[in-house]
Design a protein around this ligand. Structure first.
Ligand code: SIN
Ligand code: FE2
Length: 226
């Protein structure tokens, strides 16, 4: 459907020893892929781990340096969490809302991030930050680059859960045309290498209900911040 001309969806084994699960992938850039349903085999472990992270670091609507309150609510886990306020964007070790370190990255989150990066050709990814975004219907994320990390040699691994969203994948200039990539529960997108700094965003999420997550979309983005 969103297949680029000249690319063929390929079927591959998600985990070498688990042939019951397979998934299709789409290439959306030289080093960017969408892996459909990639997170589904881990979903029963992901959701309780997410709950536990959110108990310790609840979602909050942060303010941008420009003074705009984000429609997407955020949390983080891992060694570093991403924050924004009037003074700017930054990665911190402490959650400014609780005064505590960000919750540890659950083992299953790490497993998923590593497997997806590996499938995209980025072996041995060890993310130290996982941003957790919650979109309620109407929430969106404007086109931006992920560039608050210290280096760009590692990819961004992005996991979609809950209701669908239209992901916009642009180029290296904000004005470049964007590909529209519909993302569903369990889909994982990886972009790295020469694609690492491509602009991307999410269109306003449409009203819908997901059987497990209700009227929301949760997105994880794994990065190597430091
Ligand atoms: C992000 O760019 O941080 C989020 C992307 C998404 O929600 O799919
Ligand atoms: Fe981003």
């Amino acid at each position: 459907m969103m297949q680029r001309k000249g690319t063929t969806p390929t079927t591959f084994d998600l985990f070498a020893d688990d042939t019951r699960q397979s998934s299709t992938s789409e290439q959306i850039g030289p080093r960017s892929f969408v892996f459909r349903g990639f997170a589904l085999p881990l979903i029963d472990r992901l959701l309780p781990s997410l709950e536990s992270v959110l108990t310790r670091a609840p979602f909050r609507n942060m303010v941008t340096p420009g003074g705009h309150t984000m429609s997407v609510a955020l949390s983080s886990c891992g060694q570093f969490g991403w924050t924004t306020d009037r003074s700017g964007y930054q990665y911190t070790r402490i959650d400014p809302q609780t005064g505590q370190p960000w919750p540890e990255m659950p083992e299953v989150f790490m497993e998923l991030a590593r497997a997806a990066a590996d499938a995209a050709g980025f072996a041995d990814f060890v993310p130290d930050a996982c941003l957790i975004n919650r979109y309620i219907p109407g929430a969106k994320m404007s086109l931006h680059q992920d560039k608050d990390e210290r280096g760009y040699e590692w990819p961004v691994v992005s996991v979609s859960l809950g209701i669908p969203a239209m992901f916009l994948f642009g180029g290296h200039a904000r004005s470049d045309t964007t590909q529209r990539v519909p993302l569903f529960h369990g889909d994982v997108v990886v972009w790295g290498g020469e694609d690492r700094l491509r602009f991307h965003g999410v269109m306003p999420v449409k009203q819908a209900e997901h059987p497990q997550l209700g009227e929301q979309r949760i997105n994880f983005t794994f990065r190597k911040a430091r």
